[in-house]
Design a protein around this ligand. Structure first.
Ligand code: NDP
Length: 448
């Protein structure tokens, strides 16, 4: 019998931590998890899941409008934020209970307290209890970064946005990344006047340029305002309770809600890691090797806290690979190539593999195919919103090295198509596949 309290102590019950705990327990390890907030982590409690539910809720604005063109007699509809908010939060509660039960069913002990590392095999809980473990896994995720400008405390982040009292009439969103574009779409559909303020001159850096340009164009046509190359100067509360956002250049913007979506930083502050000898990088992320091991032999880390790829399914893979490696006698690493990703904007966009610019930089010669079309449903709905698919092909091998798309259901379509890209299929393989008609996805096998 080991002299440690546990074989594995996981700090953080998010996607990566919960998966690691469950799999390690399945391999016979004695496992505990310490969590200061709720079981489920960012994705379940204040990220992907409630966000996606808001995206669904927001999309009804368009569906109800379009329904009239399809013959439905839709009387005047009104939107009640509190109904959606309460239903979404109830779903989050349900998932939190489910995650907790899942850990319980795997004999994992949950300590509902913040844990601090005090040595290679030891943590102390907020209540003062000391716990020892043969292996400690840091899975504390990341936390929103708020730029330090006077009045920044008047804004909210994605941590608070799911709990706001009222749907804002006017909202300013700081940032031009995932969260900014997703919430720009959500609030716009709820009827708000949205202004997105970004420090650079582009949105969604990292996505294919043609696709993000299309999102920008569609968003602007809808009435979402963009202020590029803009820096915050200060934020002030006005007499009527609203906020005035002063930018370094140009007119200030008044709003009822200011949402900061300016990136996320690894959650390592005050965790005691440096004192225990764990090396962090310049961003505060835990430096790990391919097996998720930190500079201290008994301390590992997975997920956003390592700042490799900040995506839930990646954290889950890392947690699983860690548990199989350390407790299952099956050393495994995560393959980071061809990770598909999506932005649940209105309309959504998704991509996998190399963008056109990356392919041109990395490969000898490249062929690019695009389909720019108005989805059938949009045509009948009189909705002047075009979808765009782009396929990037290595001209020497005919291999499809990238797929990028924006349009209805793009994430659903891309997930399936990503299998083909990951498998290294060629443009000819796509062409050899008979189209499924009528669908939007058939464009992928009809590209000329
Ligand atoms: P992103 O990294 O996507 O975007 C950050 C944005 O904020 C960029 O536009 C960036 O500018 C800008 N920015 C960064 N720092 C500052 C600063 N100090 N002052 C002003 N602007 C700044 O971050 P998000 O917060 O939107 O999301 C965090 C992460 O969460 C994402 O990277 C993603 O990994 C994950 N996520 C994934 C989702 C999904 O899969 N659908 C949804 C939501 C989040 P610049 O233009 O210079 O880059």
């Amino acid at each position: 019998m080991s002299s440690f309290n546990y074989d594995l102590l996981v700090i953080g019950a998010g996607s990566g931590g919960v998966r690691a705990a469950r799999i390690a327990a399945g391999h016979g390890a004695r496992v505990a998890v310490a969590e200061e907030h709720r079981v489920g982590g960012t994705c379940v409690i204040r990220g992907c899941v409630p966000k996606k539910l808001l995206v669904y809720g927001a999309h009804f604005a368009e569906d109800l409008k379009d329904a009239r063109r399809f013959g439905w007699n839709v009387s005047k509809c009104t939107f009640e934020w509190t109904v959606l908010r309460e239903n979404v939060l109830a779903e989050v509660d349900r998932l939190n209970d489910l995650y907790r039960k899942n850990l319980f069913d795997h004999q994992v002990t949950v300590w509902d307290e913040r844990a601090t590392v005090v040595g290679p095999n030891e943590v102390v809980l907020a209540g003062g209890r000391q716990l020892t473990a043969k292996v400690i896994l840091i899975a504390t995720g990341a936390t929103p970064v708020v730029p330090s400008v006077p009045g920044a405390e008047l804004g909210i982040t994605s941590n608070e946005v799911f709990h706001i009292e009222h749907a804002p009439r006017r909202v300013v969103i700081a940032g031009g990344g995932y969260i900014a574009n997703e919430f720009a779409g959500i609030f716009h559909e709820f009827g708000a006047q949205v202004t997105l303020v970004n420090r650079s001159d582009q949105i969604l850096r990292g996505y294919d340029e043609t696709v993000r340009d299309r999102l920008l164009q569609i968003s602007q046509n809808k009435g979402i305002q963009f202020r590029f190359n803009a820096a915050f100067e200060r934020i002030a509360r006005q007499a009527d309770g609203s906020l005035r956002v002063h930018l370094k250049d140009g007119e200030p913007v008044d709003c009822d809600q200011l949402l900061f979506a300016t990136g996320r930083r690894p959650n390592t502050a005050g965790l005691g890691l440096e004192a225990a000898g764990v090396v962090l990088d310049g961003q505060g992320a835990v430096r790990v090797d391919e097996h998720n091991r930190s500079s201290v032999d008994s301390i590992y880390a997975v997920g956003d806290v390592t700042n490799r790829v900040q995506l839930t399914p990646v954290a889950i893979r890392e947690g699983h690979a860690f548990a199989d490696t350390v407790f299952g006698g099956n050393p495994r690493t995560v393959d980071y190539r061809c990770i598909p990703s999506a932005v649940f904007s209105h309309p959504p966009l998704a991509g996998v593999g190399l963008t056109e610019a990356q392919a041109r930089e990395q490969l000898g010669s490249v062929r690019v195919y695009t389909s720019d079309f108005r989805p059938m449903k949009n045509v009948l709905a009189n909705r002047d919103e075009r979808a765009l698919y782009k396929m990037v092909v290595d001209a020497d091998t005919d291999r499809v090295v990238g797929l990028h798309m924006i349009g209805p259901d793009a994430p659903e379509i891309l997930q399936a198509a990503a299998v083909a890209v990951k498998a290294g299929l060629t443009k000819q393989d796509f062409d050899d596949t008979v189209a499924l008609h009528p669908s939007m996805a058939e464009e992928l096998v009809l590209l000329k």
